[in-house]
Design a protein around this ligand. Structure first.
Ligand code: FAQ
Length: 324
């Protein structure tokens, strides 16, 4: 009986020490003791994030061959490549928690894992590329600037670099929108249409309202999340309204009003039914996105096989050299 209580007391002491470190603002590193639940929450959130970066390449990749100029094509190509890099940093960060990339990719390809709702919407016109950079990267920056202070070191450090790159992405998107909004009436209409379609899905990126967010309390207690979903969403709205006004576009929300007392732009009701449909696999492009990822994985089988054969050959040569 006593033997069963002792480990629990030790565990409690370790948990208390862990929480003391978090409260003191210390960073948790891969070899530090951590509660199993903390590790699980991080794997869940980080792997979803990594998948989002990789699936997020698809809607924009759709326009690489149709970019309106060489300059735009180069910019978009570089951006999409950056997103692949972001996925890689975060998968590497997740590996420090003892989960292999193969396992995480299996979860994505089998449809078990989540990725950001936003990437299940189609890119119908060139203006959608501007809207993604401006709104989607803009929302990602607001969320990830907070995560750059997360308690888990490898994740926080990945966020610092990612946010720097996302800033370029946002600028290229906003510049595309600025040029279109100041162009011909047809170009301006195309920019407005893209804003109309991407606005509400961008607000959904921040996740459900805090009162309906089952993970927030635990993530906040352990210093992974430093701000709630609603506060970040509000921060994004406040920033973006002024930017839309500056380029003469209208946010598609008749209820948008400035609260003079707080300085917040109050916005209308988010369609949470749509959000839940999209995250449960029934959005406009969920099936298409997963099919594209599965095809890319299958098409890349020979590259993985060649890389493994090369590594085995190098090991063999290294071994021979060492023997010699
Ligand atoms: N989409 O309890 P909460 C980017 C799920 S990167 C899908 O509030 P949490 C860059 C949530 O997972 C964009 N699912 O959850 C780029 C949970 O489900 P589970 C990705 C969502 O973790 C730009 C359930 O709902 N960024 O855009 C979404 O406390 C352009 C309950 O929610 C990140 O992943 C959603 N929007 O807060 C790339 C940032 N929202 O797992 C390419 C890191 C919620 O219990 C091109 N993640 N869910 O079954 C986070 O900050 C958080 O995980 C939140 C959700 C805020 C997304």
């Amino acid at each position: 009986m006593e033997q069963q209580q002792t480990p629990s007391a030790v565990e409690q002491a370790m948990l208390a020490e862990f929480e003391r470190r978090i409260a003191a603002g210390e960073t948790v590193e891969p070899k530090d003791w951590m509660p199993e639940r903390y590790r699980k929450q991080l794997v869940r959130m980080m792997s979803q994030h990594a998948h989002s970066e990789v699936v997020g390449m698809l809607p924009e990749g759709n326009w690489i061959t149709r970019a309106p100029s060489l300059r735009r094509k180069l910019g978009l190509l570089a951006k999409v490549q950056d997103e692949a890099g972001h996925g890689l940093y975060i998968y590497c960060g997740t590996e420090t928690l003892g989960v292999g990339r193969d396992e995480l990719l299996d979860q994505l390809l089998s449809g078990k894992a989540k990725y950001s709702s936003i990437f299940n919407y189609p890119t119908l016109t060139w203006a959608d590329i501007g809207a993604i950079g401006w709104l989607v990267d803009g929302a990602a920056i607001v969320n990830q600037t907070m995560l750059a202070k997360a308690s888990y070191g490898p994740y926080a450090r990945a966020m610092v670099r990612i946010c720097k790159e996302e800033n370029f992405h946002k600028k290229q998107g906003f510049e595309i929108m600025t040029v279109l909004a100041g162009g011909t009436p047809a170009q301006k209409a195309m920019a407005q249409d893209a804003l109309d379609r991407w606005w509400w899905p961008s607000l959904m990126m921040f996740g459900p309202s805090d009162k309906d967010s089952p993970n927030s309390a635990e993530l906040t207690k352990w210093g992974v999340k430093r701000k709630g979903n609603d506060e970040l969403r509000q921060r994004f709205v406040n920033q973006t309204v002024a930017q839309a006004q500056a380029i003469g576009l209208t946010i598609p929300d008749p209820e948008l009003t400035l609260d003079e007392a707080t300085g917040d732009w109050k916005f209308g009701q988010i369609d949470w039914d749509e959000f839940h449909r999209v995250i449960s696999g029934d959005g406009p492009c969920n099936r298409e996105r997963l099919a594209a990822r599965r095809k890319a994985h299958d098409d890349g089988a020979w590259v993985r096989a060649a890389a493994e054969a090369h590594a085995a050959k190098q090991d063999g040569q290294g071994g021979a050299a060492r023997v010699a």
